[in-house]
Design a protein. Sequence first.
Length: 188
Amino acid sequence: MRMKSRAAFGFRMVGGEIRHHLYVALARFILVTASLAASATTTGLRAEAGALPLPRFVSLKASSANLRVGPGVGYDIEWVFTRPGIPLEIYQQYGNWRRVRDWDGTSGWIYGPLLSGRRTGIVAPWAKDDVALCKKPTIDSPITALLQPRVRVELTRCDGQWCAVELGPMSGFVRQIGLWGVYPGEVL
């Protein structure tokens, strides 16, 4: 690509001005290069600075979303998520792409706008036994239902020990350690 000279834009530099502008340009180049190198991750992808922490939980907003092997549409599709509302954990970002994993460890890259900040959870996907849905957030509270493992619930709030959840018309409390989609001790 051919660059227009500064003279074409009404600028003219002479003598020491040229040297000064070269030093300024070199200093800017060094600062930009150093900041990019400092933000590189071990995978070679640049970490994005942002207000939201990593890792964090989100849910799938779209009714269909491709899970790719890399951060872009040029990468192969490994899985297709077809259930809106499933919780996913974001653990890496690159531009508008998010590297996520689900409750069974399946991971890949998904386009960020297909995700929602709305929180959902999966009832103890690692368990073989049902999990109690309690009327109040206490161990001695009456049990209103038994939830099977891998059932998706809406999280309305969590206090670090118990989460208030909704499942259709039912609502109640589940011990936080019995859910995937919220960190132990996390308060929502």
